[in-house]
Design a protein around this ligand. Sequence first.
Ligand code: C5P
Length: 397
Amino acid sequence: MELAGKRIVLGVTGGIAAYKAAELVRLLVKAGATVQVAMTEAATRFVTPVTFQALSGKPVFSDQWDPRVANNMAHIDLSRQADVLLIAPASADFLAKLANGLADDLLTTMVLARDCPLLVAPAMNRQMWDNPATRRNIAALREDGVFIVGPASGDQACGETGPGRMLEAEEVLAELIAHFQPKLLAGKRVLLTAGPTFEAIDPVRGITNLSTGKMGYAISRAACEAGAQVTLISGPVCLPCPAGVTRIAVTSALQMHEAVFRHVAENDVFVAVAAVADYRPAGFVEQKIKKGQRSSPPTIELVENPDILAEVAALPVPPLCVGFAAESENLAEYAESKRRSKKVPLVVGNLIQDGFGGEENTLILFDDDGQHPLAPAPKLQLARQLVARIAVLLGKR
Ligand code: C5P
């Protein structure tokens, strides 16, 4: 229930993406928010107010002169009830009105009268989005402190392809949740490694570790939500890059090592989440190794990979380093010894009990103040708690 207790006024303007707003209301309610929908007259031509009423459990407002509001000030009442005002979809016309401070219907009047943050999710044809007038309006709105979420690029309802389509409902929800997170890492830069590495033996085979990358990606997202500038150096995984995070894709431990040292100097925090292969084959066999062409099975000579975390922690002026210790037994003992041997101020320990790749985890944080157990929770929730601890340690430096 990431939005429990939050009051959201969702403004829907006239565009085909209004259908996505219906799904958005469902997700917002599921996340614990109270949602009041207000629509422009044009929006009601795409999706009826009945749909939004059914999904939000509240009658929809679309008329400035709505007789249900005794004082006839729906625009004031609605905006005063909100923690955030979200306009999704926001049409080109609506954005132009906002940028110029027009107030000729319920929604525009409400925006002008608000005393809470405003998020808008633009939705329009790619030419309209690229039009200099729209660009000017978006720049003006940013200048006014309006948060612009999206748009995405892709297939459009008009049959064209390009930037301008509204983010998917899940993406708008993620932006909204991010908006409500405390900005504990504002102005900080965070570098992370995540996922496994893959050490090639021949063109089709290699050595790797089990790692989905989910924890590392969750921490990247949490750090980004907390206001940090985040660079994620990722081994091969099947996960989308969190919005706002810069991802650098690598395959092997040596590539990960090179990418980390290319970026580490400009970062305040380094979080090594990757399951880096400890060894790699001494040589790469150019052609696929064939079975049956030799009298005995082939042997693979291994050489040790650099320990990226230990090397970063040993820099003359290291960033705040955070390491992971995934152990099958003796967690506290191994995590503390890793903390000492790698000279890392914070080690995140987890017991590998139920295998890898789940959505939840149980962690214990080990630092100079002792042990901080985190109750079993979804990885993103744990990531937010870890980010909070990182902010505390940064404050002590
Ligand atoms: O020594 P061990 O592999 O158990 O340490 C785990 C921690 O060290 C993790 O934070 C992992 O990302 C990091 N590590 C690394 N480079 C390696 C091996 C581990 O950065 N070659």
